[in-house]
Write a protein that binds this ligand. Structure first.
Ligand code: BGC
Length: 488
């Protein structure tokens, strides 16, 4: 996400509304968002593929299966690091073209894998593109859309990720009866991958990148094409210049005034993962098989999980600005915690399994609902809101790294944990983390809805000298003016 994403509309409602009225904007957002979609697809597809590839590729042990799932996340961390550098050096646009090519070659490599080592290598390669997408796709879109709807990009991206996961589940289910099914599951990602590479070839450079490279005239040209009136264009160029001049480095994040914000951002990043979301996303069919389903039943029910995820992400996007972030964080995480306890009870008691065989699916559905309205979108949204403008880039990068790192740790240990402390023990452990998360939200996380950046940072104990320097005050003032304009 860019450093200048301070706006009025931070959830996706305004973004979707404006994009639907401006075809050019919609086109560029959709093409760029294929990256987020593929991020969801490539992380979700493994759930179903794993059921069938185990035998063909000889993935006998839990460790082999876990590494096949989790190596993509190691690739993602690496990809995010490289993409951060390459997006500045070679442009967001070219970086996205390359990531489209990686998606295509990675999908083919995974589909044609003949051994454990080949699937590991191709999943790592795909991970590079996923890490890039998680970072460069929202950044590019945010830099091209008007400031007032820029924040909505974050939620829009979450919607694309959940849609990618859902499509992956549907594809897994659709190919279940075919021979070589898992190869097709991986292989079809060639189509959106190619669409991303070719589509981005025809898209413009980001105006912010152009300004940073001293190509102001071209930046003006791009902005003119995507804005309703020319009047805003000069102001926007001025704003971009201000922001890039005052941008901070990762080291500035350790300053006293920003520490509390960093605790909140990193806390949200960590809790989003340690409540076990990706054991459900990546292992849903496996968990349903643990609960007694056959392959096909497990895949069909995973589709319900994917639908619930998308549906409640939309609900969150529409209501986050009305009911507030804290409301959804606290209630959503409480719901998912109770569901984890229920899932544990199901696995702990053969009597319950016999009497209420549908309980596991019901718990998984309420779990995903709780996540989709709470930690899912709110983590990404809040880290784009709580940091001072000039620190937002590095701060968001640090929070994302924590998120990917914990994502890896949880998915790499899930099956081993179920063996070591039982299935119920594993879900109760995640439930315990859910309780800690709610306590953390209640005590440390401020409300950001309807609040200016200065107010948010005052809540977080920001030190005026370090955190709220010139650029920040200007940005906060602009945000208030924009709020005024929208209200009147
Ligand atoms: C998380 C991902 C997760 C996805 C599920 C995202 O917000 O960062 O790790 O797979 O939500 O919807």
């Amino acid at each position: 996400m860019t450093a200048e994403t301070a706006d009025v509309d931070n959830t996706g409602g305004g973004f979707l509304h404006e994009a639907l009225h401006n075809r050019r904007l919609l086109g560029v957002a959709l093409i760029a968002a294929i990256g987020g979609f593929l991020f969801g697809y490539d992380t979700g597809v493994i759930g179903g593929a794993m059921l069938f590839m185990q035998k063909d590729l000889g993935l006998k042990t839990h460790q082999q299966q876990e590494l096949t799932v989790a190596i993509l996340l190691l690739g993602a961390v690496t990809g995010a690091l490289i993409a951060g550098y390459s997006a500045d050096m070679f442009s967001r646009r070219r970086t996205k073209i390359v990531s489209g090519c990686i998606y295509v070659t990675g999908a083919l490599a995974a589909a044609f894998s003949q051994s454990y080592w080949q699937i590991l290598a191709s999943r790592f390669w795909l991970g590079l593109a996923v890490g890039c997408a998680s970072f460069v796709a929202p950044m590019y879109i945010a830099e091209i859309v008007p400031a007032r709807i820029r924040g909505g990009v974050v939620s829009f991206n979450q919607l694309m990720i959940t849609s990618g996961i859902l499509v992956a589940y549907i594809v897994d289910w659709g190919f279940a009866g075919f021979s070589d099914n898992w190869r097709w599951m991986f292989g079809v990602a060639v189509v959106p991958g190619a669409a991303l590479a070719v589509g981005m070839y025809f898209m413009p450079f980001s105006p912010r990148w152009l300004v940073e490279k001293g190509r102001e005239d071209e930046a003006r040209e791009v902005l003119r094409r995507y804005r309703d009136s020319d009047d805003d264009v000069d102001d926007e160029i001025k704003e971009i210049k201000n922001v890039s001049e005052s941008e901070a480095s990762v080291r500035d994040l350790l300053k006293k005034g920003v520490r509390r914000m960093l605790v909140v951002g990193i806390g949200l990043a960590v809790f989003q993962q340690i409540v076990g979301i990706n054991t459900v996303i990546y292992y849903a069919p496996t968990i349903l098989k643990f609960a007694g389903q056959q392959n096909t039943g497990a895949l069909t029910q995973s589709v319900f999980i994917g639908c619930t995820n998308v549906f409640f992400t939309i609900v969150a996007i529409l209501l986050l600005d009305k009911l507030g972030r804290r409301f959804f964080l606290i209630s959503g995480t409480s719901i998912l915690t109770v569901s984890l306890v229920g899932l544990g009870i199901f696995f702990a008691s053969p009597g319950v399994q016999h009497a209420v065989p549908w309980l596991a699916l019901a718990c998984l559905l309420t779990y995903i609902m709780g996540f989709a309205v709470g930690l899912g979108p709110v983590f990404w949204l809040m880290i784009s809101e709580i940091f001072p403008i000039q620190m937002r880039g590095p701060a968001m990068a640090v929070c994302s790294m924590f998120n990917w790192g914990l994502n890896f740790a949880i998915s790499y240990t899930f099956l081993t944990l179920t063996g070591a402390i039982t299935k119920q023990g594993t879900f109760w452990l995640y439930a315990f983390f859910g309780v800690c998360a709610v306590v953390f939200f209640l005590t440390l996380v401020p409300e950001t809805k309807d609040r200016s950046l200065e107010q948010i940072q005052a809540d977080l104990g920001a030190d005026a000298d370090t955190a709220l320097s010139r650029g920040e005050h200007e940005q906060g003032h602009e945000r208030e003016q924009e709020s005024e304009a929208v209200r009147s």
